[in-house]
Write a protein that binds this ligand. Structure first.
Ligand code: CP
Length: 302
């Protein structure tokens, strides 16, 4: 795979992560109008084989702001409907001149079958495996809030079993020296992910990341014990009221209001949910810039 691809957080050293966050911050201030040199303005394709609003359209926004000519692939009007494989679809985009590919696919580790593709690939989410651009926007949100990524207490609650966000965030945050706990229904425990009591961990956390139930990945729930999901496992106003004064609420979205989070909390003072989306566009600019071989604007002091 091309060395500028970004498939999992393991592709990045801590220093490279900080470079990307630093570039994203520059895109929100000193470099807000920065565009790629003309020689780097290559034909780019966004291949989303499963639905997306934030990731798809923030990559598109980032690409257009950077000056890239882009196209959006539509699986429903493509030759996938005639039985073409993922590999042959991606190989076709490479053969006809696309030089950068952003791919989301429901299959875990789909990129392993694309190892012979020469152009850089940015993974926009694979099944329940990885979501590196979401992880980077989560790191940027935490970094902007706390000024560092070490020593933080992070609580991730909900459908952990099917969450690529939980997987990528755990990998990166633990590498930086933060502690990540998980909570939610016992059906959604995941090997290697330490579950704790949600109510006890509320007062421990510096950030609480709520997750959507991923019914489309086969999530099943039988342990509600007569309560509704919000009351038993969701962020209610009562739980919000017990959070540390400085603590924040995050959610990768889409949000199912009134299910995993009380609808009034989505834009409450501690919520950073829409800030995360803004940060998503900024980190995706930085990821695209890296994928095209441009060096960081400057090394972060963090
Ligand atoms: N957070 C996230 O990946 O959202 P989308 O599925 O809308 O891209």
């Amino acid at each position: 795979m091309n060395k500028k691809s970004l498939l999992t957080m393991k592709d990045l050293s801590n220093a490279e992560i900080l470079d990307l966050l630093n570039d994203a911050k520059a895109f929100s201030s000193s470099h807000s109008d920065w565009q790629l040199p003309v020689s780097n303005q290559v034909l780019t394709a966004n291949l989303f084989f499963e639905p997306s609003t934030r990731t798809h359209y923030s990559f598109l926004s980032a690409e257009k702001q950077l000056g890239l000519p882009t196209v959006d692939f539509n699986p429903e009007t493509s030759s996938l409907t005639k039985g073409e494989t993922l590999y042959d679809t991606v190989r076709t985009f490479e053969a006809v001149g696309y030089k950068l590919l952003v791919i989301r696919h429901p299959q875990d580790d789909y990129f392993k079958e694309l190892e012979s593709i020469q152009v850089p690939i940015i993974n926009a989410g694979d099944g329940k495996g990885n979501h590196p651009s979401q992880c980077l926007l989560d790191l940027l949100t935490l970094y902007n809030e706390f000024g560092h990524l070490d020593g933080l207490n992070i609580l991730i609650c909900g459908d952990v079993a099917h969450s690529r966000v939980a997987a990528s965030d755990k990998e990166a945050l633990e590498r930086f020296g933060s502690t990540v706990r998980f909570a939610g229904p016992k059906e959604w425990e995941r090997e290697g992910y330490p579950f704790s009591d949600f109510d006890e961990s509320i007062e421990w956390a510096d950030a609480i990341i709520m997750l959507r139930i991923q019914w489309e990945r086969g999530a099943k729930l039988e342990s509600l014990e007569g309560k509704d999901y919000l009351e038993q496992y969701g962020l209610t106003k009562e739980r919000y009221g017990r959070m540390k004064e400085h603590a924040i609420v995050m959610h990768p979205a889409p949000v199912n209001r009134g299910v995993e989070i009380d609808t009034d909390l989505v834009e409450a003072p501690k919520s950073r949910i829409f800030e995360q989306m803004k940060n998503g566009m900024l980190v995706r600019k930085a990821i695209v810039k890296r994928a095209l071989g441009l060096p960081p604007f400057g090394r972060s002091k963090a």
